[in-house]
Structures are given as structure tokens and as C-alpha cells.
Design a protein around this ligand. Structure first.
Ligand SMILES: [Zn+2]
Length: 73
């Protein structure tokens, strides 16, 4: 089913890339309190500090969003 996907871009502590996390996965990650979140590309990662500069966007997340909604914002 196509529809709007609400995501936030978060920097991974592991690879330094920004990954897209849906609102649902972000809420789930927060509930689990493990500090791990699952991106739309399937990567599970720890968030870098919100004070760190943004990284480059994950190519897999960008491809997923382009395929899903036809744009990346
Ligand atoms: Zn990703």
C-alpha cells in the first residue's frame, strides 16, 4: 500500500550515516530503552548525539523512500 511515510533522519553512532526512521519504529525503539532504532533500510543502530553534525544520507534509506513515495523529504 502506498501512502505517506513519516520519517526523521537520525545519525548512526555505528557508521556515521543518517538513516530514516519511521515514527512507528522510533516510538518502538524508545519504548524498548535499548538505545537502538531500526531504519527503513533495515539497519539497527544507536543514535549519535543530537549535537553531532549530520552525516551523509544512507543510500539504502534514500532508495527505499524514493521507491515508496517518490521523494526523499
Ligand atoms: Zn539506512
Amino acid at each position: 500500500m502506498l501512502g505517506r511515510v513519516f520519517v526523521t533522519w537520525q545519525t548512526s553512532l555505528d557508521d556515521g550515516c543518517d538513516h530514516a526512521i519511521t515514527d512507528e519504529k522510533f516510538a518502538l525503539g524508545s519504548q524498548r530503552r535499548r538505545g537502538e532504532f531500526e531504519a527503513v533500510c533495515g539497519s539497527v543502530f544507536c543514535l549519535a548525539s543530537s549535537h553531532s553534525p549530520p552525516g551523509r544520507r544512507c543510500a539504502c534509506c534514500v532508495a527505499f523512500l524514493r521507491a515508496r513515495i517518490g521523494r526523499t523529504a
